[in-house]
Ligand binder design. Structure first.
Ligand code: 6V0
Length: 330
């Protein structure tokens, strides 16, 4: 044993690893699902939780800290980007106002823009090189608002977009077709919401295209079943909210997946929401399209050969987003 453990006097000291620092702003249902998932998946060395509800955030930090002996250590704190959160690598925003009874979508949106303005002015000053990951809804609009307020390069402002929806689609197809979800390649693109679309034209199972009949069990992949699966994806949030009042775990896991792609520079292809600049003939709007994500943020976007119908649906999604942006004072 002595021989095995004799230290090598000539060994070079490893370079110190740079601590990975994150801030989650908004610790409601979604923020806490993100925090829990990021902690147990060892994403950050230092994680700060920020919320205007100070008692709530204090309670959450106390609760999570008691779990530290059971996971990889993370220095978990409550605070703000202006104090303990300075120079974070990733800032995740899940803060939002709850919809009041009878309130229009536009009015709620205006209140969220006001909340974002306050938050982002600090982020821009104290975390000038951070990647901002927007989760608050309507996520495509809030991602655009974030870009406008911070003036950050578009590669560093990412919306969680349809990462969750694409995950739901792959999981449902996996069950329907009896094949591991990791071998199901299918995307939901466009708005994270009612106008999103499934890109059936390029959907494939391990290379076998669904619509071309390459997949042997055609009866399982007929048009009716696919439409039913898409509707389940699109309406998933409504169905969950109807039963438990909010959605949290899956979006927490999806957001963690994006954070890991960033911190571990995985170059993953994810349907995040990003500023379009000519892709698919669209400009000056944030929407989800498959994009390569690494430590620098969004480094590439994919040009899928969409069918004419899919292209029309994507343009419709962009128009809906554009109309909403035009009504906002940003
Ligand atoms: P919630 O439980 O009401 O939490 C919102 C939190 O934001 C609360 O704790 C507030 O105190 C906090 N907050 C409000 N203003 C500020 C501020 N100025 N600074 C800091 N914190 C603030 O909502 P929930 O967690 O359920 O949802 C949060 C947001 O995520 C909403 O906009 C949802 O619509 C959105 N979601 C987005 C999803 C996606 O796929 N992108 C999925 C689910 C929910």
């Amino acid at each position: 044993l002595d021989k095995i453990f004799t230290p090598n006097p000539y060994a070079e000291k490893p370079a110190p690893l740079r601590p990975r620092k994150g801030v989650i702003i908004g610790v409601g249902q979604v923020g806490m699902a993100c925090a829990y998932s990021m902690l147990i998946q060892d994403c950050f060395d230092e994680l700060i939780l920020q919320d205007i509800a100070t008692d709530k955030v204090e309670g959450e930090v106390m609760d999570l800290r008691h779990g530290m002996p059971f996971i990889e250590p993370t220095d978990l704190k409550m605070g703000t980007v202006a104090d303990v959160g300075q120079n974070a690598d990733v800032v995740i925003i899940t803060a939002g106002a709850a919809q009041k009874e009878g309130e229009t979508r536009l009015h709620l949106l205006e209140r969220n823009v006001a909340i974002f303005r306050r938050i982002l002015e600090d982020v821009a000053v104290y975390c000038p090189s951070a990647l901002i990951l927007v989760v608050s809804n309507p996520v495509d609009i809030m991602t655009y608002v974030t870009l406008k307020i911070t003036n950050f390069p578009p590669s560093r402002v990412i919306g969680s977009g349809t990462v969750l929806d694409s995950g739901r689609l792959r999981s449902l197809l996996s069950t329907q077709l009896h094949v591991d979800a990791r071998n199901v390649h299918a995307y939901i693109i466009g708005e994270h919401g009612d106008s999103e679309l499934a890109v059936w034209s390029s959907a494939n199972i391990g290379g076998a295209r669904l619509l071309e009949g390459d997949w042997q069990d055609l009866s399982a992949a007929d048009q009716e079943s696919l439409t039913e699966i898409f509707l389940q994806v699109k309406n998933a949030a409504y169905e969950i909210i109807k039963r438990k009042g909010y959605t949290s775990y899956a979006i927490g896991l999806a957001t963690t997946d994006i954070v890991k792609a960033i911190l571990r520079s995985q170059e993953r292809i994810l349907t995040i929401s990003t500023l379009l600049d000519g892709q698919y003939g669209l400009k000056d709007v944030c929407l989800s399209i498959p994009s390569v994500v690494n430590e620098k943020g969004v480094i590439k976007t994919l040009n899928l050969a969409l069918s004419p119908r899919e292209m029309e649906q994507l343009h419709n999604s962009a128009k809906i987003m554009r109309d909403l942006i035009d009504q906002l004072k940003i």
